[in-house]
Design a protein around this ligand. Structure first.
Ligand code: ACO
Length: 311
């Protein structure tokens, strides 16, 4: 027999209304939101690293300014999301400790290296493109603070995606070496960007419940398909080839058939054995240590102000 609170929650979800922090919610709903939202926040923060690698080497002042702004946006997204997650009763320190200890997940995509400038284009076009496909439906997530954070984040993501597309477009209008560099980056980022959507539906333990709770609105495979449909015409404009020889339009299904995704690679990256996992975590730990004095100084100052006010 469901309690009155539980019934109210179920009605709220069924009516497509929103759950606010002070509303009653099932413990499992709270837990899955903390899981997904903290992973999402960590992804934004770790996601600053592959691109910050190129800030000092951007090919022009304009490109440098744009890249700096983009990486700062990612820091902002991480902070919004940590704040939204805190409304569920976990502290920022707890989340940060989980990340630093290597116990928290963050998106697989940020464990790949960025050896060339064209990677900045491919990340914007493919990684931020995938992020938009995944995140636009999250603007309607049943947990209101998450949905509200997503609205602003998605606006910035679409700017990020266009700047990446434009980097590739410029390279594809350049010398043969620049064209090869752009194609090589697309070759390296295409498959990992498809893996961002998560495991196939029949191997996605959290999907059914998250969809019933209207946190997720579409399944991992549905969003992956939508993403590829968006990429194909854009790849034509760019003049790049998507590195999947089996990619073709299926008239009957009204969708693209995709080649086989290397799920072994995905699971290796999730297990911490991707090309850059150790480096990303070490950098985050070092940054956390180097920032310790700032946190301590801010806390000491806040304490002094509070004491002065009570005098
Ligand atoms: N990288 C790392 N872990 C992943 C990935 C991925 N690409 N995809 C799935 N996983 C993990 C899930 O977190 C889950 O792990 P857990 O149970 O230990 O927490 C496990 O694999 C099984 O996956 P699902 O059951 O499909 O998990 P879920 O329903 O949470 O769906 C998804 C995964 C689609 C990533 C979802 O969590 C989501 O939409 N998150 C919000 C978006 C996000 O985090 N984006 C980050 C990258 S974009 C950016 O930051 C620019």
């Amino acid at each position: 027999e469901a309690s009155a609170e539980e019934r109210r929650f179920t009605e709220l979800i069924e009516a497509d209304s929103r759950v606010e922090p002070r509303d009653w919610m099932p413990a499992a709903y709270r837990k899955t939101l903390i899981r997904q939202m903290s992973q999402h926040a960590h992804s934004e923060i770790i996601g600053m690293q592959p691109e910050s690698n190129w800030i000092t080497r951007a090919p022009s002042l304009k490109r440098k300014a744009i890249l700096m702004a983009k990486v700062q946006d990612e820091a902002g997204h991480g902070l919004y999301l940590y704040s939204a997650t805190q409304t569920l009763g976990i502290t920022r320190d707890e989340m940060m400790d989980q990340l630093i200890a290597g116990k928290a997940r963050y998106s697989s995509i940020f464990n790949y290296p960025t050896p060339t400038w064209a990677d900045m284009g491919a990340i914007g076009w493919l990684v931020d493109g995938a992020a938009i496909c995944n995140q636009v439906p999250l603007c309607r997530a049943s947990y209101a603070p998450y949905g509200r954070a997503m609205v602003r984040i998605c606006k910035e993501e679409s700017f990020h995606q266009r700047q990446g597309f434009e980097i590739l477009l410029e390279l594809m209008h350049g010398t043969d070496a620049q064209k090869r560099m752009a194609q090589d980056a697309v070759d390296r980022w295409y498959w990992p960007s498809l893996m961002m959507f998560g495991p196939p539906d029949d191997d996605s333990p959290n999907s059914a419940q998250s969809m019933a709770w209207k946190i997720k609105r579409f399944s991992n495979d549905e969003l992956r398909q939508r993403f590829v449909s968006m990429l194909v015409p854009q790849a034509e404009v760019l003049g790049v080839t998507l590195p999947d020889p089996d990619l073709r339009w299926n008239e009957e299904r009204g969708e693209y058939d995709l080649g086989e995704i290397d799920w072994t690679e995905f699971h290796e990256v999730l297990a911490g054995r991707g090309p850059c996992n150790a480096l990303r975590l070490q950098r985050r730990r070092d940054a956390h240590e180097e920032g310790r004095w700032v946190r301590e100084a801010a806390a000491a100052y806040a304490k002094r102000v509070a004491e002065r006010e009570t005098e």
